[in-house]
Design a protein around this ligand. Structure first.
Ligand code: DGL
Length: 267
């Protein structure tokens, strides 16, 4: 059985943890939310890189066999350095622009992500590899993460702000929307309310967990069948709130796992 670290600036990575518990329920998990410092998306590259590395080093010291950087922003700004400095499998998350380009019928794709992701070299290098037939409408989702962190994913304020951010994407006639931040899958309901049911929503959590599974297999970390492992929820802000939000936001039945919560002090 492996111990898997899942790290995000806040509650967004719970969308990845949810998928991981679905595909790989037998492992033990530590979920680390840096909610005291969220959002990362409007911070400097240097800050994001240093903080993400420190938190992943903390997870490695806790004995993790693999770490999922369940944050597009941290992946874009920090994963290269994290992989250089920590010698265990490190799995990242990137906006699914490739699958979006393949699935779009009219070649117009909206990409909703943080400013730090959209302006990163990593994202722009990925964009440059895609065939030119597809048009990407890039939109920074400024202000959305704090609303989701405050438990208002379905609230009126969120709907109003989201409507503004989606306007250019809607006006361009996009038939596909990339959810390029792990917090945004929690806006599915609001997005459907605003854009209707016909737009294709792309979120890469399933593919990320498949990649985690492959890495565990390559590194021959044994997986006993039909068991439910433990989950430790660690927050730099308020571990009780993190646990409540995990219960609210995730579809997985947490009562099947051994769950505990801790405050992240001193980091
Ligand atoms: N959940 C994050 C992402 O995937 C970061 C959001 C933020 O802290 O700005 O980009």
């Amino acid at each position: 059985m492996a111990l898997i670290g899942v790290f995000d600036s806040g509650v967004g990575g719970l969308s990845i943890l949810d998928e991981a518990l679905d595909q790989l329920p037998e492992h033990d998990y530590i979920y680390l939310a840096d909610s005291a410092n969220a959002p990362y998306g409007e911070r400097s590259s240097e800050w994001i890189a240093a903080r993400s590395l420190a938190l992943c080093q903390h997870l490695a010291h806790e004995g993790c066999d693999a770490i999922v950087v369940a944050c597009n922003t941290a992946t874009a700004q920090a994963i290269k350095d994290i992989r250089l400095k920590i010698n265990i499998p490190i799995i990242g998350v990137e906006p699914g622009i490739k699958p979006a380009a393949m699935q779009s019928l009219n070649g117009i794709v909206g990409v909703l992500a943080t400013e730090a992701t959209l302006s990163s070299d990593k994202f722009n290098a990925l964009l440059a590899t895609l065939p030119p037939h597809c048009r990407f409408i890039k939109q920074a989702g400024a202000g959305l993460v704090p609303l989701i962190e405050a438990g208002k994913a379905d609230g009126e304020d969120t709907l109003e702000l989201l409507a503004k951010h989606l306007e250019p994407i809607q006006d361009a006639g996009a038939d596909t929307l990339v959810l390029g931040c792990t917090h945004y899958p929690f806006l599915r309901k609001a997005i459907r309310k605003l854009l209707g049911g016909s737009i294709t929503l792309i979120d890469t959590s399933e593919a990320v967990v498949r990649q985690l599974k492959r890495q565990l297999e390559i590194n021959t970390i044994a997986t006993p069948e039909h068991q439910h492992g433990s989950i430790i929820f660690i927050s730099s802000k308020d571990e009780g709130t993190l646990l409540t939000m995990a219960q609210d936001l995730m579809s997985c039945d947490l009562s099947a796992h051994y769950v505990s919560a801790q405050y992240l002090g001193g980091l």
